[in-house]
Write a protein that binds this ligand. Structure first.
Ligand code: 3PG
Length: 213
């Protein structure tokens, strides 16, 4: 059975945001992240190889592979066709949200304000990417939304690091965080599986707030 977005964001405290240039380094990176305890992978549609990487990595045992940087209904359709289990976008457009709701794909649209989150909850969505998290004012901004919007859960992304991730994960309305720090570009390029696994292991051990166990 397909997992809901609520189930997907509860699997691990960190979703690696991946920019992958070729299948070989993608496989090494994906396997290293899963080995380290981060099986939910967001492959951004920013490279010519992205869709093929989604296709190949989706077949890895235990992997839950989604498409990131989905900017249009056409990209959403292509990602689903490639086997993406979920989709993430930095923001939303009326066309994109309509396509995502119609496709019933687990979807993490990006929001930056209370109004954007409220508009999307009217369509039945409850989980959002909070983007760009650090630039929007950091944990203080998101903590302020917990009391007025108690039913909403966020995955802050953008500027999250090994150092600040635990502060975000301590918030009661944060289900997980997203970030590229667990698979840095140079480590992917150098196919440095050991470094990626070690970064993933550290990230997978991060604690979430009590509401997420
Ligand atoms: C992105 O879409 O690039 C993500 O927000 C990742 O941001 P980061 O590189 O700051 O983790």
């Amino acid at each position: 059975m397909n997992k809901s977005i609520a189930q997907i964001v509860s699997i691990a405290p960190v979703i690696p945001v991946l920019v992958l240039e070729d299948i070989e380094s993608a496989l090494i990176t994906g396997e290293a992240l899963i080995e380290g305890g981060l099986p939910v992978l967001e492959i951004t549609l920013r490279t010519p190889a992205a869709l093929e990487c989604i296709r190949v990595l989706s077949k890895l045992k235990g992997a839950v592979v989604g498409a990131g940087t989905v900017l249009s209904p056409e990209q959403l359709a292509a990602a689903i066709d490639a086997g993406a289990s979920f989709a993430v976008s930095p923001g939303v457009t009326p066309r994109l949200i309509e396509a995502a709701v119609r496709a019933r794909v687990p979807y993490l649209p990006g929001v930056a304000t209370a109004s954007e989150a409220m508009a999307l909850t009217e369509l039945g969505l409850t989980h959002f990417k909070f983007f760009p998290a650090e630039a929007l004012g950091g944990t203080k901004h998101l903590a302020s939304l917990a009391s007025p919007l108690p039913h909403i859960r966020f995955c802050p992304t953008g500027g999250i690091t090994k150092e600040n991730a635990k502060n975000w994960l301590a918030l009661s309305n944060v289900c997980c965080v997203g970030g590229s720090w667990v698979a840095p570009a140079d480590a992917i390029r150098e196919r440095d599986a050991r470094r990626i696994t070690s970064l993933a292991r550290e990230a997978a051990a991060l604690k979430r707030s009590a509401s997420f166990g």
